[in-house]
Ligand binder design. Structure first.
Ligand code: NCD
Length: 311
């Protein structure tokens, strides 16, 4: 396994299956009354979040703590970066304290990769700009496999604001490696530039017609409309977006019985996903949150535990 987890491309099929396998044991720990393993005792992990987060940050924090690592959190707003310190100086300062692992979220695509060149510690990407979010793809795969079994030959639709989505990029790599077939669905304005070539090279399909794709899929992953990354009007009105691309109550009825619904959160209820769909029995939204801790425990274990440590 690579030393860092910067992109899903850092993991081959065997690595992914190893992480998902260990995550199952970690999930058992998560369900125990006493949630503690000694695995990372003496290791120090710093979560540095330069962008907002609820799920990813708290699940990385719990994951580190349940493995007995010492965990500290630094956020962009409360740190010296808001006094003008460069990212390089900030991470090198923290690294000098003797840190074993950095978990980093940053609004600039590629920033986490740069950090891995500035410090000796293990670096894990918790989302960099519109680039990648590998642990999200791993927890999505884990959640789908819990309900659907092996993903080989399964059909997954990824729907919504594709242009701004790091979740999309990491999932395309992960799902391809696991043998699933992906169709991405979005209005033309939210299809990333060069999508046709990208789709041809990576072997996924594209569609503007959500209703045609929906009845054929085993899983439908709804992505958030990321207003904070939009500078102009990507769709005329919210109503029109929902009519064309929202997982509405009516569309929920056209799903096959076994089809599961995913959303990485935070959800814009009523825009890309209706409450009926978000809270349906077929929805994995909270399973994804729960899997997030187990998968991040597994990633920390694989990247930070020394030789001979047992999970
Ligand atoms: C995603 C993210 O931050 O990239 N959320 C998450 O990590 N749970 C997706 C999003 O913000 O829409």
């Amino acid at each position: 396994m690579n030393r860092h987890l910067l992109s899903m491309n850092d993991l081959d099929r065997q690595d992914i299956l190893a992480i998902l396998g260990t995550a199952e044991s970690m999930h058992d720990v998560q369900r125990r009354e006493v949630k503690k393993l000694p695995t990372l005792r003496g290791r120090t992990v710093v979560n540095m979040f330069f962008e907002d987060s609820t799920r990813t940050r708290s699940s990385f924090e719990l994951a580190g703590k349940w493995l007995s690592a010492d965990v500290i959190n630094i956020s962009g707003k409360g740190s010296s970066t808001s006094k003008g310190e460069s990212l390089r100086d900030t991470v090198r300062t923290v690294a000098a304290m003797g840190v074993d692992g950095f978990v980093i979220r940053h609004s600039a695509s590629g920033a986490v990769h740069q950090v891995s060149e500035w410090v000796d510690a293990v670096v894990i990407n918790a989302g960099d700009g519109t680039h990648e979010h590998p642990t999200q793809a791993l927890l999505d795969a884990y959640s789908m496999r819990q309900r659907l079994g092996d993903l080989e030959g399964r059909h997954v639709a990824i729907v919504g604001d594709l242009t701004h989505s790091r979740v999309l990029r990491s999932n395309l790599i992960c799902l391809k490696t696991l043998g699933a077939h992906v169709t991405v669905v979005a209005p033309p304005t939210l299809m990333p530039g060069g999508i046709a070539t990208w789709a041809k090279n990576e072997g996924f399909d594209t569609s503007y017609d959500f209703d045609a794709v929906l009845p054929t899929v085993d899983a439908v992953m709804m992505l958030r409309v990321q207003r904070e990354r939009m500078s102009g009007g990507f769709f005329p009105t919210e109503r029109e977006y929902t009519v064309g691309y929202g997982l509405t109550r009516e569309r929920l009825r056209s799903l096959q019985k076994h089809t599961v619904i995913l959303h990485p959160g935070p959800m814009n209820r009523g825009l890309e996903i209706a409450t009926d769909a978000a809270d349906a029995a077929q929805s994995l939204v909270l399973d994804q949150v729960s899997a997030g801790v187990a998968v991040r425990m597994s990633v920390l274990y694989h990247l930070l535990a020394g030789e001979g440590t047992v999970a």
